[in-house]
Design a protein around this ligand. Structure first.
Ligand code: ARG
Length: 570
């Protein structure tokens, strides 16, 4: 895509000798009110250098560059030079660029293929895969897609919570109150009920806690009976997780979770000790972080068993040694901010300069309408149930509307699951939010179904016109027919796509893409309502179809970044 800021910089540079190109480029603004031009250049700064009134400078610049072919008009207004692009030339440039490679709108090229790790989802084994996990799963997947689109080599990691004292509790509960048959029938829900019972019983009988700790210590030592049970719980859980990932269309390159590091721990405990970072505290080993305003990090317990943070230290070093990452991104709830702050501090105290390439990308909490979720209390909404219900509801709506599609089930799946994903990605990720059924399934307004529907609408126009997508790239069109206000607004939004993707990657914020897609869809629909597309004038029709095809490509590419399908019919 042509970079118009670069182009304008080239035009301005010979006229403004007092400033270097980089400065000029940074000063070019995009006015929020289009009536002030597509681009504007403020002259306050030059006024200081030239000791002249900024209005006079602006007038002078406007006069000098006004004749350039990319501009329709250049005006001085107060201290600004307001520049209006030649709409037809702009439309031609943007559309040709998109139609040349419609599947990759907004994609970039990284010169070297830097490996970027995105860790996301990472649920805990033998615990429900609940609505709280959807955030990490969907946001992380979108971030991974965005980095891939920007041209990085992305490694997707699911750091399964498949180790730790909770397995002591689970095995303990299973031995006291469990039976094999029930677990086989409905593994996660049954295991969850054991886990819940454990906490109720342990309140009455604290010796259960000690029993659970002993069991976990035996698991860490590799005692066969504990290992067998743990493996079995892990397998059953993974089956359930995989079912949900399949529904969401989400994949991973590695499921190396906490247990993977269990045998790699001694090296790091030794290293921490050698580097003088370990302190003993009541039989446990800690890293004192008081100097940095943080509570101490517990590395090993008095019985020698390791902790969550110890495994995260091991995981980071392992990833550096295995992938030599350029960036190592962790998409994990803001509830773990302190954990990640302690962990990064410890890595840099250990002397790993790549600690600064590790990024915790936090997100806000999900609560239920009647309060917070609690695994211990067994109060959860299962993600799988949410997805199934969303699909069912969508199916009903499709049938009600009498949508002409051969494959109701497939469309219901794409739209229902898309609705849940889109809503996850609609707001700034750091915001807490309340999970509400009617909000997820509201198909009007700024929702996934609305954007998908807009895509299907564009597809239907192309079908009616009898142009295939492959042919669009070859269509020669006269851009003067797509220079109206509504067409131009749409073209500007399409042109912004690469910048939007870049910004979303830089800020680890997929909602920037989501919001932009809503704008594109709204703009497309305005164009669709304002203008006749399938007109008799062949030339006009061709130009408008090129615009429709390009808009469709932008929406489809954008939805793909979010992890969503773009149905052809809806
Ligand atoms: N399993 C953890 C949880 O569900 C999230 C793991 C986050 N990743 C990490 N490397 N610590 O809370």
């Amino acid at each position: 895509m042509i970079d118009y800021k670069d182009k304008i910089t080239d035009i301005l540079a010979p006229v403004i000798e007092e400033l270097d190109k980089e400065t000029i480029r940074a000063m070019i603004e995009v006015p929020s009110d289009r009536s002030n031009g597509d681009y504007a250049f403020p002259c306050f700064r030059l006024a200081k250098v030239l000791h002249k009134a900024p209005q006079a400078i602006a007038a002078d610049i406007a006069a000098q560059i006004g004749g350039h072919e990319i501009f329709e008009k250049v005006e001085q207004v107060n201290a600004y030079v307001n520049m209006y692009l030649h709409r037809a030339a702009f439309a031609r440039a943007v559309l040709s660029d998109i139609l040349k490679d419609p599947a990759h709108v907004g994609h970039g090229q990284q010169e070297e293929t830097h490996p970027v790790i995105v860790e996301y989802s990472s649920p805990n084994i033998a615990k429900p895969f609940h609505i709280g996990h959807i955030r990490s799963t969907v946001i992380g997947n979108a971030i991974a897609n965005i980095y891939e689109a920007l041209g990085y080599r992305v490694i997707r990691i699911n750091h399964l919570g498949d180790y730790g004292t909770q397995f002591g509790k689970m095995i303990c509960a299973y031995r006291h109150w469990g039976n094999e048959e029930d677990v086989k029938k409905e593994p996660i829900k049954t295991l969850l009920s054991y886990y819940t019972k454990f906490h109720v019983e342990a309140e009455k009988d604290p010796s259960l806690d000690q029993e659970a700790r002993d069991i976990f210590a035996r698991l860490e030592k590799g005692e066969p009976e504990e290992v067998r049970l743990w493996k079995w719980f892990r397998e059953e859980s993974l089956k359930e997780f995989t079912r949900v990932y399949d529904m969401l269309g989400i994949t991973f390159d590695s499921y190396n979770g906490e247990s993977f590091y269990s045998d790699k721990m001694p090296r790091f405990v030794r290293e921490l000790k050698d580097k003088g970072l370990l302190k003993e505290s009541q039989g446990a080993q800690i890293v004192d972080l008081e100097e940095y305003g943080m509570p101490p990090a517990l590395i090993t317990k008095s019985d020698g068993s390791t902790l969550y943070i110890t495994r995260d230290i091991a995981a980071a070093v392992y990833r550096k040694e295995t992938y030599d990452f350029y960036k190592n991104i962790y998409v994990v709830s803001s509830g773990q901010n302190l954990h990640f702050q302690q962990w990064i501090k410890i890595l840099s105290l250990m002397g790993y300069d790549w600690a600064e390439d590790c990024v915790h990308v936090p997100f806000g909490l999900v609560s239920l309408e009647d309060g917070t979720m609690s695994t211990r209390k067994g109060r959860v909404v299962f993600l799988e149930d949410v997805l199934r219900r969303a699909v069912e509801k969508t199916r009903e709506i499709i049938l009600e509307k009498g949508v002409a599609t051969e494959d109701v089930d497939e469309i219901a799946r794409q739209v229902g699951i898309g609705a849940v994903m889109f809503q996850e990605l609609s707001n700034n990720r750091i915001k807490d939010y309340v999970f509400q059924w009617d909000r997820v399934l509201n198909f009007d307004g700024e929702t996934g179904p609305y954007v998908q529907y807009t895509h299907a609408r564009a597809a239907s126009v192309l079908r009616r016109a009898g142009v295939s997508e492959e042919r669009l790239a070859e269509i020669s069109f006269d851009p003067q027919y797509i220079s109206s206000d509504s067409a131009y607004e749409l073209e500007r939004l399409m042109y912004a796509m690469p910048e939007v993707v870049r910004e979303a990657g830089e800020k680890y914020e997929p909602s920037i893409v989501t919001r932009h897609l809503i704008d594109v869809a709204e703009s497309f629909n305005r164009f669709y309502h304002d203008e006749h597309i399938l007109v008799d004038n062949e030339e006009e029709k061709k130009a408008k179809l090129a615009l429709v095809g390009a808009a469709k490509a932008v929406i489809k590419s954008g939805l793909a970044l979010l992890g969503m399908h773009a149905p052809e019919k809806m």
